[in-house]
Design a protein around this ligand. Structure first.
Ligand code: NAI
Length: 482
């Protein structure tokens, strides 16, 4: 703690460097800067206490400072152990007007290379406001749903009157979650009910977190309303696709710098992330095969000119294998046994269970040789080795710096608008999972079209009537798929 701000970051002296990159990013994030201008007077987030769990990057720093400019108090943690950019974390603690000796920013708990125990400790700190009995968070901003899950699980254990305890069969990370919950409940048996009761809602960034929210809702377990930011068109059809098109090769290049041209690559999953990822590797001249379970996405891949096959059929010849499914057990230990010597294996989906990392570690079949941070060679006893990036976690954020500012400006404009909606119009959102209305999606797009110098065609009244829309939009019905 310094100057009344509690924090845990790698090195506050990196704040200057962080600030220089934040300044460059601000120019590339016109959506967020437009929202700052629009709400400069109104400060709609005045009174909001936002607990945020989202990759602590330079772009996220611009999001955080936008929330602050709109009136919010903010506490932050990263949603991945490898994704923090330490200079960005330092800069948000110091703030635009502070110094490392006199920080004036926000409480932030994040550094690159956390252990799982540290990760969940950071999550707890991010949710634990000072005098939190009376002033817990009233909003959550989540990416992947870990913060939301912690609160929900805590309440579930409290209601059931059961002490959280793990069995050996539980995945390693879940054991840490249970230990975290046990500790907090020993201190205060009603801790999580109190936290949950103050929360007006959550806005969720990504596919995997949205999936978890609908699950809570369908099981009647959802504790507060949620806005699904991911399914704004200007989020998933841009960030997931064009973001990954940029940051997948960036991650691979920074990790191993192999020539991608001519190599055989496999992209598992052809949803939004898979589409961007496949294009990313094809753009470098790789020969790309796609695996899919959904015939519609498989057909899309074929129409784009990719081969579609099963991983079992192609694993022996693949040079690069990337998972993008948001599902588990996509690349199994058996696949790794069969891979080529020095084939590259990575994941760009939200969680590391797309690749059977835990099984690989526990099997003792392969020896881990660390090449450099977030790059490991796993050498099997027959002599072949597989190069695994970021221990199977999101490689674009672990090995590189995630998506660039301009695309994140779209995503984070939706986040900011969603926070304003849920905080200021809470009565209009009974328990449920919602998407933002289309006119707000179009508003986010418009700012970015203008920033790129595009000029929109204005419909005449007559034309608008002919196709059944308003001259000012929305231009499509809700069922339109883009
Ligand atoms: P999506 O639902 O559009 O696509 C996933 C696809 O994987 C689906 O088409 C599904 O049929 C397919 N799939 C599921 N199981 C499969 C299997 N066993 N084999 C082959 N294909 C399978 O989801 P989206 O938006 O593409 O997101 C995917 C993951 O990436 C999520 O975990 C999401 O949270 C994450 N994500 C990561 C980002 C990053 O920067 N690294 C950015 C945005 C999302």
């Amino acid at each position: 703690e310094r100057n009344g701000i509690d924090f845990a970051v790698a090195d506050l002296s990196e704040a200057d460097f962080g600030r220089r990159e934040i300044r460059l990013a601000e120019h590339e994030m016109p959506g967020l800067m437009a929202l700052r201008r629009e709400y400069a007077e109104a400060k709609p987030l005045h009174g909001a206490r936002v607990s945020g769990s989202l990759h602590m990057t330079v772009q996220t720093a611009v999001l955080i400072e936008t929330l602050v400019e709109l009136g919010a108090e903010v506490r932050w943690a990263s949603c991945n152990i490898f994704s923090t950019q330490d200079h960005a974390a330092a800069a948000v603690v110091v703030g635009p007007h502070g110094t490392p000796e006199n920080p004036q920013g926000i409480a932030c708990f994040a550094w690159k290379g956390e252990t799982l125990e540290e990760y969940w400790w950071c999550m707890e700190q991010m949710l634990a406001w000072r005098d939190s009995d009376t002033r817990g968070p009233n909003m959550i901003l989540d990416d992947g749903g870990d913060a939301t899950m912690l609160v929900h699980k805590g309440v579930e254990f409290e209601k059931a009157g059961v002490v959280p305890s793990a069995t050996d069969d539980d995945p390693a990370e879940y054991q840490v979650v249970l230990a975290t919950l046990r500790r907090s409940l020993e201190e205060d048996p009603q801790h999580w009910t109190k936290v949950a009761s103050g929360i007006r809602g959550v806005t969720e960034e990504t596919t995997t977190g949205v999936h978890r929210l609908y699950e809570f809702f369908n099981e009647d377990k959802l504790l507060f309303p949620a806005i699904n930011v991911n399914d704004s068109v200007t989020k998933s059809k841009f960030d997931n696709k064009y973001g990954c098109r940029h940051s997948l090769v960036d991650g691979i290049n920074r990790a191993v710098d192999v020539l991608i041209s001519g190599k055989k690559a496999v992209i598992c999953g052809f949803g939004d992330v898979g589409k961007g990822s496949a294009e990313s590797l094809r753009g470098q001249g790789a020969r790309v095969t796609v695996t899919e379970a959904d015939p519609i996405c498989a057909l899309q891949a074929l129409m784009e000119g990719y081969d579609v096959d099963t991983l079992d059929n192609v694993i022996e010849s693949a040079d690069i294998v990337i998972t993008t499914t948001g599902n588990k057990d996509i690349v199994t230990l058996d696949h790794m046994r069969r891979m080529k010597h020095q084939a590259i294996l990575g994941n760009i989906g939200h969680f590391d269970n797309e690749i059977q990392m835990e099984k690989l570690e526990k099997s003792g079949e392969a020896q881990r040789l660390n090449v450099k941070p977030q790059v490991d060679e796993w050498r099997f006893s027959d002599g072949h080795s597989v190069i695994i990036l970021s221990e199977g976690r999101l490689l674009n954020l672990g090995n590189a710096t995630g998506h660039p500012s301009f695309v994140m400006s779209n995503s984070f404009s939706n986040q900011t608008i969603a926070q304003i909606e849920l905080f200021t119009k809470n009565d209009e959102y009974p328990l449920g999972v919602y998407r933002l209305p289309k006119h707000l999606d179009e508003k986010v797009a418009k700012v970015h079209v203008e920033a790129l110098g595009g000029e929109l065609t204005k419909l005449t009244k007559d034309q608008a009537e002919y196709i059944g829309v308003d001259v000012e939009g929305p231009y499509k019905p809700d069922h339109y798929r883009y």
